[in-house]
Write a protein that binds this ligand. Sequence first.
Ligand SMILES: [Zn+2]
Length: 421
Amino acid sequence: MKLGVVRIGLYCLVALALAGALRFTPQLPEPEAKAADVLVEQAGTPTWKLRFDTLGRGESLGSLLRRGGLTDVAATRALQAATSLDQRRIPAGMPVTIKSEAADSTPSEVTLQLAIDRLLHLRRSGDTWQGTEERLPWTTDTIVVGGTIASNLYDAMNTSAKEDLPTGARQQLAWSLADVYEYRVDMSRDLQAGDEFKVVAERSVAPTGAVRIGKVIAATFKLSGSFIDAVRFASESVSGQYFDQNGKSMRAAFLRAPLEFRRISSVFGAREHPILGGWRQHKGTDYAASTGTPVRAIGDGVVVRAGWGNGYGNLLEIRHRNGFVTRYGHLSRYASGIRVGTHVGIGQTVAFVGSTGLATGPHLHFEVIVNGQQRDPRVALKQTGGDPVPDSERAAFQQLRDRLLASIEPPVAGVTKLGLH
Ligand SMILES: [Zn+2]
């Protein structure tokens, strides 16, 4: 992950403060036109040659194939057989394997890795090429990952799963965990050093070694000494929702943060900040995020203001059913259809992060107003539980909860396989 540093200006009291810019780079390896040839031997005699290559930035597949020993005509015919391939949308960095029957003969097979679990084989017979797509089977197991917060969730996940999960999977797991808790915990601001988590999740591994994180099955979070457990429960009447240890839904009337955790850079995270950290000096909460990041309504409500608000720049205010008003400032623009009187739903994208008004860098200024007063969102939005598991399902839920939580009772450091299925 590449992290830039940007100067961010705050409307509120103090002018400038340093924070990190949001910049996620794609997961593909750095494209480089570098190939490796491997001779495959059987009973001591070289039987075929494999050339492992990678499509370079700005390079065409045709030139890669010619580089790999195909004639102009063969390269054209091979690509004509690749009917399932959209040639305008081939990512740089795509792995390509070229197979030759003998070390010096014309290649007879080209394999393009379209996705981590999709291969396209182009096979030659004489002068004719034929394309066949192959789906790679994934194997799925259940893992538990445990970690302790030092600075933020990304770093904690990176530290505890470094040996066992690739970077992309660690990030995916941090995002999924934050999603489970998004009505209870603002993972970008509420975590303290020493907080602990354990998360049980499905992991799928492809033959290529690629790892994908599936559903979170259960989790436990120790926040400033108190536990919030989450158990995924599905039944006839409940479609795979998360409930806490008391059987209360993790869903509630308000989301704890107006930006998705996956939009928050690890640099910003939960680190102490001289200006951003102090509520007293600062009548609101600032989220560093790049211009254009979607801003979501934290609850159902009606837009009561969508217009210029002096220092706030483009300002949006939503009145919620319980009388709370939420305020979103420095917006670059509003989502389409957002104007005074528009009804919005929880989680709906209502606007986009910007730096309008008295802000020298992009960030979202967020306030919760109760009876005309700005209140600390951590207090105002504190949730203790949504709807309970239906009575008829309660016994089943409790049984599942006890089994899952018992299975992660022992201390966990790093990644452990769990024999749940
Ligand atoms: Zn602010």
